[in-house]
Design a protein around this ligand. Structure first.
Ligand SMILES: *[C@@H]1O[C@H](CO)[C@@H](O)[C@H](O)[C@H]1NC(C)=O
Ligand SMILES: *[C@@H]1O[C@H](CO)[C@@H](O)[C@H](O)[C@H]1NC(C)=O
Ligand SMILES: *[C@@H]1O[C@H](CO)[C@@H](O)[C@H](O)[C@H]1NC(C)=O
Ligand SMILES: *[C@@H]1O[C@H](CO)[C@@H](O)[C@H](O)[C@H]1NC(C)=O
Ligand SMILES: *[C@@H]1O[C@H](CO)[C@@H](O)[C@H](O)[C@H]1NC(C)=O
Ligand SMILES: *[C@@H]1O[C@H](CO)[C@@H](O)[C@H](O)[C@H]1NC(C)=O
Ligand SMILES: *[C@@H]1O[C@H](CO)[C@@H](O)[C@H](O)[C@H]1NC(C)=O
Ligand SMILES: *[C@@H]1O[C@H](CO)[C@@H](O)[C@H](O)[C@H]1NC(C)=O
Ligand SMILES: *[C@@H]1O[C@H](CO)[C@@H](O)[C@H](O)[C@H]1NC(C)=O
Ligand SMILES: *[C@@H]1O[C@H](CO)[C@@H](O)[C@H](O)[C@H]1NC(C)=O
Ligand SMILES: *[C@@H]1O[C@H](CO)[C@@H](O)[C@H](O)[C@H]1NC(C)=O
Ligand SMILES: *[C@@H]1O[C@H](CO)[C@@H](O)[C@H](O)[C@H]1NC(C)=O
Ligand SMILES: [Cu+2]
Length: 586
């Protein structure tokens, strides 16, 4: 490869042309309003004790001490019904796509070795799938839940039962729809795996989840239609708000100035997520970025965060004041409740520098509340942000040399190395901006899955599918080159990869210094703006695995490729007939 990047046209700031689209969205909003009979949202006010809404199960984010962490396997059985319902996470009522009427959706909690069985009934108008983000699915690739890759969508009115065993992993994961842009509309939830082998089990008293995400008031289908039209000129939809565990407040007068005004019914003063702390205890806080676009900087006023886990891999402890967390990444941090009894803000601040345009409705400073036992119950208090650590103006991960896995492993030596280049280009006459991985812009197969094709022995896939076939169990190196001005959080299904290095500019093989002794391992890594990232993985998990940007708008624009791992083993898969039958169903 060359040591210099070719010149790429920058996606400069572009003024958004919304005109007709806004009108269309408002019309859509009115239709939703009429059809789904918006109810009046009663603001719960500042009282932290009464913030539970019927659709928000706050208790599931406080992991129960009654859960037995054991090596004796069991089956965890769940029944889910996904439907469209109108709720108001931040006070503004909008139709969302919800599992069992809950937002965020139900917690899945299990031990390593357990079987997870989830019967999913699709009561929506569109087909859907559920992906278990970070699960290896070793030997059950067809349970990965990736539409057009490992299955066809579960048709409206039908059910499908996901059924897989968790092996060789524990930690903080999540699940989400992996069909079109549906997860943006609410189909997300936490997935926590425990094990008696976890190294930090005896170092905390309580275990809690904080899901942080960006949030849109407009149905994602309408936003995708705009994004993939010439009107957007490649500018991603910018969120209207952000949420912690599905909650935040919104200044309703902002809706009129939003990039996409909704006109929906709205109440000011919706409550923030609140967490009760007891002085002297230590909390494991599991932070999950379940959003679709924004990179956050996470902090808790006056409380240090000791990072102990990244994407399911235990880390050697490292203390930070602020933690950058990009889309689909997870961290566990230990927090000592050792400050004066009082109230403290949790801050999840969106890095708006990484948006191409402002959204006047957006307050990027998303907050939650840490309420110490004995302090007044209020959401109106003064605690101040850290002043001793600076803010990263660019969207990048924690420096690589800060994160070292607890179970040290040297980087595996590669048998094969692939260069993979990606960029956004406006190439077609319609002026639509699409994403290309080595010149292929992905779009999902709608009536087949590449896994099923591989099983049938297909070797020449559709031109919309960039698939690298890996015939043998060996170590694969990927040199990922980002020819775009944005940074992109890339997720690899079915694996954790070792991250040997990343940076701006070009990677020069043999010259750029890589971390080989005990590199970071995780499943989602941010590839910097006009930069590179080198990862390696062991190709020992048969199936069709996607490697894609987890900014959902970018995946919709085609920023996805696949690996066909061990095709001879794929041919021997016993794929349940219920799964293949869904490809024909209408
Ligand atoms: C709320 O979460 C808890 C803990 O996961 C669970 O036991 C309970 O069934 C949930 N309630 C609802 C209404 O989903
Ligand atoms: C946990 O177990 C205790 C004792 O068995 C019981 O009293 C309590 O209700 C349980 N808590 C939950 C959340 O199930
Ligand atoms: C799923 O939810 C929808 C909407 O609430 C309801 O009409 C339907 O009966 C539910 N189906 C099942 C199988 O529970
Ligand atoms: C997947 O399973 C194969 C065969 O049992 C095993 O050799 C391999 O180590 C497993 N990989 C992972 C990531 O668990
Ligand atoms: C899940 O799969 C296992 C085999 O891996 C099977 O024994 C079990 O019956 C399945 N459970 C359901 C509910 O489908
Ligand atoms: C159904 O899918 C279409 C096409 O992707 C999309 O425009 C629409 O918004 C979706 N409807 C719902 C309710 O999600
Ligand atoms: C909401 O925004 C309006 C317009 O910017 C402003 O006048 C008002 O003070 C804000 N309300 C609150 C509660 O912040
Ligand atoms: C509180 O704990 C943190 C470690 O999490 C430590 O750095 C800090 O010094 C402690 N502060 C007090 C007041 O004990
Ligand atoms: C917070 O500080 C402001 C400005 O110093 C003050 O007006 C306000 O009363 C304080 N609020 C509380 C709850 O202490
Ligand atoms: C991607 O393109 C580069 C440059 O042409 C080439 O060297 C590389 O082999 C391609 N990678 C794949 C996976 O096809
Ligand atoms: C992509 O296509 C362009 C134009 O056809 C060509 O110049 C370039 O080399 C291709 N890049 C890759 C990585 O294949
Ligand atoms: C993988 O195996 C197939 C079938 O034997 C062969 O056609 C192909 O060239 C092999 N690919 C590589 C990269 O070795
Ligand atoms: Cu991206």
């Amino acid at each position: 490869m060359s040591s210099e990047k070719p010149t790429v046209e920058r996606r400069s700031y572009r003024k958004i042309i919304i005109g007709g689209v806004v009108a269309a969205v408002i019309a859509l909003a009115l239709i939703f309003g009429l059809v789904f009979g918006l109810r009046h949202h009663k603001s719960a006010g500042p009282d932290t004790e009464s913030f539970a809404e019927p659709w928000n199960n706050a208790s599931q984010f406080l992991l129960s001490k009654n859960f037995t962490i054991t090596k004796t396997p069991t089956t965890r059985y769940y029944e889910w019904n996904i439907s469209q319902q109108t709720i108001a996470p931040d006070g503004l009522e909008r139709p969302m796509l919800l599992v069992n009427g809950m937002f965020p959706g139900p917690l899945v909690e299990a031990n390593t070795g357990d079987q997870i069985v989830v019967k999913v009934t699709n009561s929506m108008v569109n087909g859907t799938t559920i992906h278990w983000h970070g699960m290896y699915q070793n030997g059950t690739n067809w349970m990965d839940g990736t539409m057009g890759v490992t299955q066809c969508a579960i048709p409206p009115g039908q059910s499908f039962t996901y059924n897989y065993t968790v092996a060789n992993q524990w930690g903080t994961y999540w699940w989400h729809a992996h069909a079109a842009s549906q997860y943006i509309d609410g189909i997300v939830g936490p997935l926590i795996i425990h094990s008696p082998d976890e190294p930090y089990l005896d170092q905390y008293d309580e275990d809690i989840i904080m899901m942080v995400s960006d949030y849109y008031h407009t149905d994602s289908g309408a936003l995708v239609a705009w994004y993939l039209s010439a009107d957007s000129q490649g500018t991603e939809p910018v969120p209207d708000n952000g949420l912690i565990n599905g909650l935040n407040t919104f200044n309703c007068s902002g809706d009129a100035n939003a990039l996409f005004p909704t006109g929906f019914k709205c109440s000011d003063g919706a409550p923030l997520a609140s967490f009760d702390f007891k002085a002297g205890l230590t909390y494991r806080v599991r932070i999950i970025n379940s959003g679709s676009f924004a990179d956050f900087q996470f902090s808790i006023d006056d409380h240090m965060l000791t990072v102990i886990e990244a994407d399911g891999i235990d880390m050697q402890p490292v203390a930070v004041q602020r933690l950058p967390i990009h889309v689909a990444q997870r961290y566990s941090v230990l927090v000592h409740a050792n400050q004066t009894v009082g109230n403290y803000y949790v801050r999840a601040t969106m890095n708006t520098n990484c948006f191409n345009t402002p959204n006047p409705a957006l307050n990027p400073n998303v907050q939650g509340v840490i309420h110490y036992e004995g302090a007044p119950v209020t959401q109106d208090f003064n605690s101040t942000d850290w002043t001793t650590s600076s803010w990263s103006a660019i969207c990048i991960d924690l420096a690589l040399d800060m994160l070292h896995p607890y179970a040290a492993q040297a980087a595996p030596t590669p048998d094969v190395s692939y260069e993979i280049n990606f960029a956004f280009e406006t190439i077609n006459q319609a002026g639509i901006n699409l994403a290309y991985v080595n010149n292929t812009s992905w779009s999902p197969l709608m009536t087949d899955a590449t896994l099923f094709q591989a099983q049938r022995g297909v070797t020449l896939f559709d031109a919309s599918q960039l698939i690298v076939t890996l015939n043998s169990t060996n170590v694969v190196e990927l040199i990922l080159n980002n020819y775009d001005e944005g940074s992109h959080p890339f997720h690899f299904h079915g694996h954790t990869f070792s991250v040997l290095g990343w940076g701006g500019g070009s990677y020069i093989p043999g010259k750029t210094v890589l971390e080989l002794d005990n590199p970071l391992r995780r499943d989602t890594i941010t590839i910097p703006s006009f930069g590179w990232t080198v990862v390696r993985f062991v190709n020992d998990n048969p199936g069709l695995w996607t490697l894609h940007c987890h900014i959902d708008w970018h995946m919709e624009a085609g920023l996805l490729m696949q690996f066909e791992s061990l095709p001879e083993q794929i041919k021997k898969f016993q794929i349940p007939s219920e799964l293949t039958a869904m490809c024909g169903a209408k």
